[in-house]
Design a protein around this ligand. Structure first.
Ligand code: AHM
Ligand code: MG
Length: 364
């Protein structure tokens, strides 16, 4: 009896070890057709990029010329780190000559990177943020990569990539890699959210959590409160509410991927609202907020700007930003209720002014 139980345990752990990312994608799609094979191969390439970035990050403190700034600024006007460029190039290298992806668009490149030799067969575009949370890189804290896959639509002959200006429902896959105490890759192809942990002894991502579902509510609220005085009144009211009520706890790591990961597993809400300086906030739609919104909705949570669903936004520019409120259903709805209350108040005020004007006119 004891022996057979032991056998069962070792069989289960062997099965788990053999559930690699590429095999999992095929199982999820229940197909070995060309589309399924392509998607599985793309995920495999992303996993390779993640391993290369993990290797570099784990040795960064021991190597010359790996950490710190390049001295350049990117298209967003942000100072670029050497690791941003390295990770950006890693994704390009793993997809060159892959025959899988025709175009890559990233936070670090003003225009997409085209791989013309892939285009006759590569029907996909990869959108990615190579190193998310780069302020954490030089101090050995968690960072991430975020990605989304979209079907190539049309030829994009003028190189403007306008076919990418579509809502988040057009994503066919999305995910992120968290470079933390261990490296974890979380992905969805529309069949739930699944997490794989890199086993360094195997050099493989092995299935660690299948069909993740976010709790309806969580204690965590995650936001940079240093921006408090730059937020709109309803956001400040929301923060006052969580300060005054029991059961909330603040967590903010400076890397969206890490904060998102905590909330996905434990519930709560992450916010990066618009500020007076940047009304659209900081985060980019196509390779940060839309991929995470895709994952969050797949996990039973919610993602919005505070007013409209992130997934419904149609961008007008490649590097467009959006405010972000993402996490457990009830917690996101609570934030939205503060914003809605303010809107109702404003509508009432406008109606009052109209009434007074009408009365004054009547008197005359
Ligand atoms: P990055 O992709 O250039 O690193 O910027 C995005 C990061 C997020 O990971 C994080 O949530 C946010 O910026 C932190 O910004 P701030 O320092 O303003 O709070
Ligand atoms: Mg980022």
């Amino acid at each position: 009896m004891v022996v057979s139980e032991q056998n069962l345990v070792s069989e289960r752990s062997l099965d788990r070890d053999c559930t690699t990312l590429s095999r999992h994608v095929l199982e999820q799609l229940k197909s070995f057709g060309a589309d399924a094979q392509d998607l599985s191969a793309i995920m495999n390439r992303i996993a390779l990029a993640a391993k290369l970035i993990t290797r570099r990050l784990s040795r960064a403190g021991l190597m010359e010329g790996v950490l710190g700034f390049t001295g350049e600024t990117n298209v967003q006007g942000e100072s670029v780190k050497k690791m941003d460029i390295f990770a950006n190039d890693v994704f390009i290298s793993v997809f060159k000559q892959s025959g899988l992806v025709c175009r890559l668009a990233s936070e670090e490149m003003e225009k997409p990177y085209y791989i013309p030799e892939n285009c006759p067969i590569g029907r996909y575009t990869l959108l990615y943020d190579p190193i998310d949370g780069s302020s954490n890189v030089d101090i050995n804290l968690s960072v991430g990569s975020i990605f989304a896959i979209r079907q190539q639509q049309g030829e994009d002959l003028d190189g403007e990539a306008k076919d990418l200006f579509q809502n988040g429902h057009q994503q066919i896959a999305a995910g992120y890699v968290l470079y933390g105490a261990s490296t974890v890759l979380v992905y969805s192809i529309g069949t739930g959210v699944h997490a794989f942990t890199l086993d360094p002894s195997l050099g493989e991502f092995v299935l660690s959590h299948e069909n993740l579902q976010i709790p309806k509510h969580g204690a965590t609220y995650s936001v940079n409160e240093g921006n408090y005085w730059q937020w709109s009144e309803p956001l400040r009211e929301y923060i006052k509410y969580v300060h005054r009520n029991d059961g909330y706890t603040a967590r903010y790591g400076g890397a969206l991927v890490g904060d998102f990961h905590r909330i996905l597993f434990q519930g709560g809400v992450f916010l990066y609202p618009g500020t007076t300086k940047n009304p659209q906030g900081k985060l980019r739609l196509l390779y940060e907020t839309a991929p995470l919104a895709y994952l969050m909705t797949q996990a039973g949570g919610k993602a919005s700007t505070g007013i409209e669903p992130i997934m419904d936004i149609v961008p007008t520019a490649l590097h467009q930003r959006t405010p972000l409120v993402i996490g457990s259903m009830e917690d996101v709805e609570l934030v939205e209720s503060f914003i809605k209350k303010e809107e109702v108040k404003k509508v009432k005020e406008v109606e009052e002014v109209k009434k007074v004007k009408k009365k004054d006119k009547g008197k005359k």
